[in-house]
Design a protein around this ligand. Structure first.
Ligand SMILES: [Zn+2]
Length: 285
């Protein structure tokens, strides 16, 4: 049903002549790269380097989608209370929601402080951040998931953006597999700058839209674009744009597995970032 609704909404936008302009910088000079499932186009903006899906989402598409329809296994399924008890006991170790590797990376940049998990789902990373000693809070667009986290994990997860703004400035922001779901990363970049104090760190994880699989398989590589993914983000996009939002030039890593975390020398040679996941760390000026 959800798929049919998405297809109809894409058709309506095509018939309605939705502009193929860049959802990030507004440039009209975007380039067609590839077609997916007849209805979708993967396009690239030469000005800001964003690769995006056309037809584009609007903010209201996005909000409705995440309140009602988005379901993707471990990421959004809400576990039973016995499962929660076990996850709490083990600090999520070995589960698909184990954030220890990401937290290790964050600790190398920011050993302690006030941290926001931007797009926190039901707060499993917030729980682990608190256990690691951070003063952590989550922001989650979906009200039912935010409420579930508050109730079942007893951690602060807010669906109300103003509650997050009242807690600013933060020392760090973690955003794991969120930006590719947004109609444009612009709102997030703005928010990161406004919410962080000077010298604060943002740690971003996204599917690597410029990695080996993405380059070789194009739209046949699942995470590029689709109903859930509005953009296929690359290191060059972040390198080009984060600095214009008040950040120092970002550092990059692309991981293949957990063990790679300990070997993380950040790699600024963007051509070497071949893995399926891209990690970006940027410090606010
Ligand atoms: Zn652009």
């Amino acid at each position: 049903m959800a798929r049919i609704r998405f297809a109809i909404s894409c058709l309506e936008k095509q018939l309605g002549g939705q502009a193929r302009s860049c959802p990030f910088c507004g440039s009209r000079e975007t380039v067609f790269l590839e077609r997916k499932h007849l209805l979708l186009e993967l396009r690239r903006c030469p000005k800001c380097d964003l690769q995006f899906r056309w037809p584009k989402d609007t903010l209201s598409d996005n909000d409705g989608f995440y309140q009602n329809m988005y379901e993707e296994g471990a990421v959004t399924a809400l576990p039973a209370s016995e499962t929660i008890a076990l996850l709490r006991k083990t600090n999520f170790g070995g589960s698909p929601m184990d954030f220890s590797d990401r937290i290790t990376i964050l600790e190398s940049l920011l050993p302690s402080g006030k941290v926001l998990d931007y797009g926190s789902s039901w707060g499993y990373a917030v729980y682990q951040l608190i256990r690691a000693g951070y003063d952590a809070i989550g922001w989650e667009l979906s009200r039912p998931r935010a409420e579930f986290g508050r109730k079942m994990l007893e951690v602060p997860v807010e669906a109300d953006w103003s509650a997050i703004e009242r807690r600013a400035p933060f020392d760090g922001i973690l955003s794991s597999h969120v930006l590719e779901h947004l109609p444009s990363p612009r709102l997030a970049f703005d928010a990161f700058f406004r919410l962080l104090g000077p010298g604060g760190w943002v740690l971003i994880l996204v599917p690597n839209g410029g990695g080996k699989n993405a380059r070789e398989l194009g739209v046949r590589w699942g995470p590029t674009i689709g109903e859930k993914h509005c953009s296929a983000l690359t290191a060059s996009f972040f390198a080009k744009n984060l600095v214009t939002f008040g950040f120092e030039p970002p550092r990059f890593a692309s991981r293949f597995g957990r063990e790679a975390v300990s070997m993380l020398p950040w790699d600024d040679d963007l051509r070497k970032l071949e893995g399926d996941e891209l990690l970006i760390a940027a410090r606010r000026r």
